[in-house]
Ligand binder design. Structure first.
Ligand code: GLA
Length: 740
């Protein structure tokens, strides 16, 4: 592999592959100046320096260098206090008690193996090169290693920073961002994803304002309020046009993505741990590693950005053993029975699952001692003796004897005050002395910064999984953190707790998933309250939302798909009227909203299953038949105008192209819409499964496929129609004809 990293004699560094070039240099003063990030350049080391050193009025000059102020200098890892007034990537308190750090180039090295982070999840290497540039504050002997990894086959740049205290005095870190990107002046917009419980992943687009715009979390989870994702785009970017810079983090806790438009129209993007309420004491000789920040440059609109993310997440983040593994269809007990579960009922539901052709029975919340509602028992992971007298391993065996797989729900990070665990170890929860702890869903958060807590949890879960009959674990986490304090840490380290919690969680997940590599772990946090690449690096899929109403779900999947491949998503047919928003919709549309998610299933009670048996059988057979296609394929958002949504999904071998069309509110006299398919083979013929009609690839892409019409009046047979009324949906399946 030819090196993707070059360094010139005058210390210009370039990282360049077929997707992008990224260039910076060491200035004569020894600072790292950012020069370029964008489309690949043929001679990246030869680009002009855009930053002019000229007399500016009313500025401060950097450490006595005339006409050189950092406030308008694009940098790689800016600090505060030496003429830059923008939000810094590094900030803290040095051994003299002041907050001025000044980082200068010291050395660099290039490696062809991507170093893993020690205590945090990292993107896998392979076909990649990593540049490590060491900066040093010579006065305070703080070094920062900036890691940059470039891949031959992916448009993703991975960055992180490692701080090391080489002095004999303590240094305190407050801003320890993973990455900083300084963009030249321009007209930019930001797209980000915001929401709340059951309404996750709404997109908002805004022009980058003067000042600072931040999406972040201080909740202890990455959170549904703001997913850790931001796309900085050329103004007017659409799905197909425009330059886009996407950024995300491999982190599941308090993060910040900050976009600042400075006085000279420049834009600074910072990605990393949220500096608010963070404070890390770095003792002499100790180091601190940041989570990885991931950046994508895409020059053909949002779709091209999503393709790059999807491939990378699938190939370099998700557990590799599930990359192309078709997911089992499942029946989940939650919206079918809530807490009203027992051994007999579960076996009856297993029979129902069999009758409709589902592959797995998932026993959700409610199975452990005393858990009849959400007021008690989290923390005591022992099966309820009355309702599950023979225990979970025996039940799992019985379910499996019916020819099904077996899955189970845990919420390991939590404890109810009403539990044996809390009685025994009241100090094992996050809390602060002298204050009443705020409850969320009647529960407290266990203090995962403590080894004894993660060890306890490992043993509890291991006791179930070691029976060998568990195929799937739903790992839930149902509250945001409050009173974040730890009895296991000194007073002056309390602001380290949130990050130490994440280190503990990742250690626990690493240990469990390593011991049980064949069990599928599904990430859940009241739905999408912690859906991020950190969690997805241990768990190949997630429950993105508790919203299973199809209209709600469509928006959620659409938003999440900017970053996350649908391989990482699970969806089931829930009850109607929907339990969250009361909407009534057909089983077909409830299925269709999640039709391109890798994991599909149902959560319906026995009566409902009986009443709709044939339809459910048909849909579960369809899910099964398409399960191999729904991993590793390409997802495209074609139409999303508020009332009509059309998605395309192309199987990995490109032989099958699916098109899902949704019409939300019916109306008379509607336009005849077309969907312009994308990424097809222009010269190939695609045959429509339902009636054998044949279409040329270029015609489907350029002329477009006529979408079905919502029937309101008399139906004519030369058109395709959807169900009458609101919330209708339609699935096209095209097979590419073999060229002989
Ligand atoms: C959360 C999850 C649900 C379900 C319940 C169980 O709300 O998102 O899917 O598992 O917990 O209590």
């Amino acid at each position: 592999m030819a090196s993707m990293i070059s360094v010139s004699k005058n210390r210009i560094f370039s990282l360049s592959n077929r997707f992008y070039s990224y260039v910076f240099r060491v200035t004569p003063e020894g600072l790292l100046e950012h020069m370029y990030y964008g489309a690949p350049l043929s001679k990246p080391l030869d680009i002009p320096v855009h930053h002019h050193r000229t007399l500016r009025h009313a500025v401060s000059h950097f450490e006595g260098h005339e006409h050189f102020n950092l406030n308008d200098t694009p940098q790689e890892f800016p600090s505060f206090g030496t003429s830059d007034y923008r939000f810094p990537a590094i900030h803290g308190r040095n051994s003299d008690g002041n907050t001025v750090f000044s980082l200068l180039y010291k050395k660099h090295k290039i490696t062809s193996s991507k170093p893993d982070l020690k205590n945090l999840p990292s993107a896998r290497g392979g076909d990649s090169h990593t540049l490590i540039v060491t900066l040093e504050d010579p006065l305070h002997k703080l070094t920062v290693d900036l890691h940059y990894t470039i891949y031959a086959e992916y448009g993703v740049l991975v960055r992180s920073a490692k701080f090391k205290n080489k002095s004999d005095q303590e240094i305190q870190l407050q801003h320890a961002f993973s990455s900083a990107l300084d963009f030249p002046p321009g007209d930019y917009e930001v797209l980000h994803l915001h929401g709340t419980w059951s309404r996750e992943f709404n997109e908002e687009r805004i022009s980058v304002p003067k000042g600072r715009f931040v999406v972040d979390s201080a909740r202890g989870t990455s959170s549904a309020a703001h997913n850790p994702f931001i796309a900085l785009m050329q103004k007017g970017t659409t799905e197909e046009f425009g330059r886009v810079y996407g950024t995300t983090l491999m982190y599941s806790g308090n993060f910040a993505l900050s976009v600042e438009r400075g006085e000279f129209e420049d834009v600074r993007l910072l990605a990393g741990i949220n500096p608010f309420n963070f404070h890390w004491r770095l003792k002499p000789g100790k180091s601190f590693e940041t989570p990885e920040a991931l950046h994508v440059y895409a020059d053909q609109g949002l779709r091209s950005m999503s393709h790059m993310w999807h491939e990378f997440v699938r190939d370099k983040i998700s557990p590799p053993q599930f990359r192309y593994a078709p997911r089992a269809t499942y029946l989940n007990t939650w919206e079918a029975a809530y807490f009203d579960v027992d051994g007999d009922k579960v076996l009856k539901m297993a029979d129902k699952a069999k009758e409709i052709g589902v592959d797995m029975l998932v026993l959700d919340d409610g199975w452990f001692e005393g858990r009849k509602d959400d007021t008690s028992s989290l923390g005591d992971w022992v099966a309820d003796q009355q309702r599950f007298p023979s225990g979970i391993p025996a039940l799992a065996k019985k379910v499996k004897a019916k020819g099904l797989k077996f899955g189970i729900w845990f919420e390991p990070e939590m404890v109810n005050p009403k539990s044996a665990l809390f009685e025994k170890h009241p100090d094992w929860v996050l809390h602060v002395p002298g204050r009443t702890s705020s409850l969320g869903r009647n529960q407290l958060t266990l203090d995962l910064s403590r080894d004894e807590v993660t060890d306890y949890l490992f043993d509890q879960i291991d006791a179930f999984l070691s029976c060998g009959d568990v195929d799937y674990v739903k790992w839930d986490m149902n509250r945001n953190m409050t009173e974040v304090g730890s009895a296991g840490l000194a007073k002056n380290r309390q602001r380290e707790v949130s990050h130490r919690y994440m280190l503990g969680l990742y250690k626990l997940l690493g240990k469990l998933t390593k011991k049980y590599p064949d069990i599928i772990f599904e990430n859940c946090a009241s739905g999408g309250n912690r859906f991020d690449l950190g969690m997805l690096s241990f768990m190949p899929q997630g429950w993105i939302s508790d919203m299973c109403d199809p209209v709600g779900r469509l928006g959620i999947i659409n938003g999440a798909s900017y970053l996350y491949p649908l391989d990482t998503m699970a969806a089931y047919i829930g009850p109607s009227p929907n339990h969250q928003n009361g909407r009534v919709s057909s089983i077909q549309t409830r299925f269709m909203a999640g039709v391109f998610c890798a994991a599909r299933g149902v959560s319906l009670n026995e009566e409902t299953i009986d009443a709709h048996k044939d339809e459910l059988k048909h849909l579960m057979a369809l899910a099964k038949k398409t399960s191999a296609d729904m991993v590793g394929g390409r997802f495209d958002r074609l139409i999303n105008n508020g009332n009509a949504v059309c998605w395309q999904y192309t199987s990995r071998d490109e032989s099958t192209v699916y098109l899902a069309y949704f019409h939300i509110l019916a109306a008379p006299n509607l336009p005849f819409r077309r969907a312009h398919l994308t990424g097809l083979d222009s010269k190939a013929v695609y045959e429509l499964e339902e009636d054998g009609s044949r279409f040329q690839g270029d015609a489907l892409m350029h002329s477009g496929m006529p979408m079905p019409y919502v029937a309101t009046g008399q139906v004519k047979d030369d058109m395709r129609y959807m169900e009458k009324g609101d919330f209708s949906s339609y699935l096209f399946v095209f097979r590419k004809e073999d060229k002989k």
